[in-house]
Design a protein around this ligand. Structure first.
Ligand SMILES: [Ca+2]
Length: 352
């Protein structure tokens, strides 16, 4: 008998068995293929929900704080909730606009170190110092947006699957300043702004000797010297865009009387005379803050940004500037990423 004949005989003998085997094989193949199709679809839905959650968390966090003409921060939690919901609805899953339930939005104060909400500050508040993050959960289940129907898994009794995505946006401290946004070539040392906490409202003195509290800077211009500083003081040079981590050139030494005269002239023209004695005593400025580091170094690293008030510019022989830190402020358009020097960013980042 040929091998073909043997096979033919075998088939005749066990046709039923082979048919059963084929049926099992086919069913398994269909089930696995079906499961793969459903799993792929769930991944696609998950991705849609994640995109929606990210956009909503950023929309909520980005509108938590507004500011007035003086850059004073104002908390607006109701706006943040509404913006997060509106942004969710602009996103779709399988063509359906997504609803975001209020109970799926958490507002509160984010702790960067703990990477979590401060348990003492969760919920809506009118205090801008106690609200900085928006967490959203976008879900598809029986309570909202309806669960995702399966295509093949129904064979196994699974007709729908719940899918959800979570995201948190954080509106932290100012980490960038646009070109021209920093007003003066003075880099404040971070140690000068902190005691047991930030020294909001307390006067500090900038001078060139010990305990100087700050450095004259020429940003990315080298060498950093008196004429280069004066260009930024009198406004003939525009301060470049800056961000946390930038190394800026600092001047070690006393500036000329000419530079102090330029500074005082600008102070008198841009400042306000609050007490009516004929000379300015209040000029609100945005300044970069530098890591305190080595006082003799020729560069310093930007650690953040602060809204400060210049109260007095004293020429020779003192050559001092009296200023104070303002807290509860915003640096408009600034991105999150700086240290806490009392000024919030205007643009949030995703932290979860
Ligand atoms: Ca005055």
């Amino acid at each position: 008998m040929t091998w073909l004949g043997r096979l033919h005989k075998l088939c005749k003998q066990d046709r039923a068995g082979i048919a059963a085997l084929a049926a099992i094989f086919l069913t398994t193949t269909v089930a696995l293929t079906g499961a793969a199709v459903d799993i792929g679809m769930m991944a696609s839905v998950r991705s849609e929900l994640q995109n929606a959650a990210d956009a909503s968390a950023l929309a909520g966090a980005g509108t938590l704080i507004s500011w007035d003409a003086s850059n004073s921060a104002l908390a607006q939690p109701e706006t943040a909730l509404a913006e997060a919901q509106a942004m969710a609805y602009q996103n779709t899953s399988q063509g359906i606009n997504l609803q975001l339930a209020l109970e799926d939005i958490t507002l509160g104060l984010w702790q960067e170190d703990a990477h979590a909400f401060d348990p003492d500050h969760i919920g809506a508040t009118s205090d801008p110092n106690n609200i900085s993050a928006c967490r959203v959960i976008i879900r598809r289940d029986v309570t909202i947006n309806s669960p995702v129907p399966t295509i093949f898994l129904g064979i196994l009794g699974i007709d729908t699957v719940n899918v959800s995505a979570i995201s948190t946006g954080h509106l932290g401290w100012a980490g960038t300043a646009g070109a021209g946004q920093v007003d003066l070539p003075i880099a404040v040392k971070e140690d000068a702004l902190t005691g047991s906490g930030l020294i909001c409202g307390q006067e500090i003195t900038f001078r060139n000797e010990a305990n100087e509290n700050g450095e004259w800077t020429t940003f990315f211009t080298y060498p950093s010297n008196d004429p280069a500083v004066r260009g930024y003081v009198d406004g003939s040079d525009t301060v470049p865009a800056l961000e946390v981590g930038n190394q800026v050139a600092v001047t070690n030494g006393t500036l000329s009387q000419q530079t102090f005269d330029s500074l005082n002239s600008r102070f008198q023209s841009e400042g306000t005379d609050l007490d009516g004695d004929g000379t300015a005593d209040w000029w609100q400025v945005i300044l970069p803050v530098i890591s305190s580091g080595d006082g003799g170094a020729s560069t310093a690293e930007i650690a953040g940004f602060a809204n400060m008030v210049i109260h007095e510019v004293r020429g020779a022989p003192d050559k001092e500037i009296i200023a104070s830190l303002q807290c509860g402020m915003v640096v408009p358009d600034s991105k999150t990423g700086g240290g806490n020097f009392g000024s919030r960013a205007a643009t949030p980042v995703l932290v979860e």
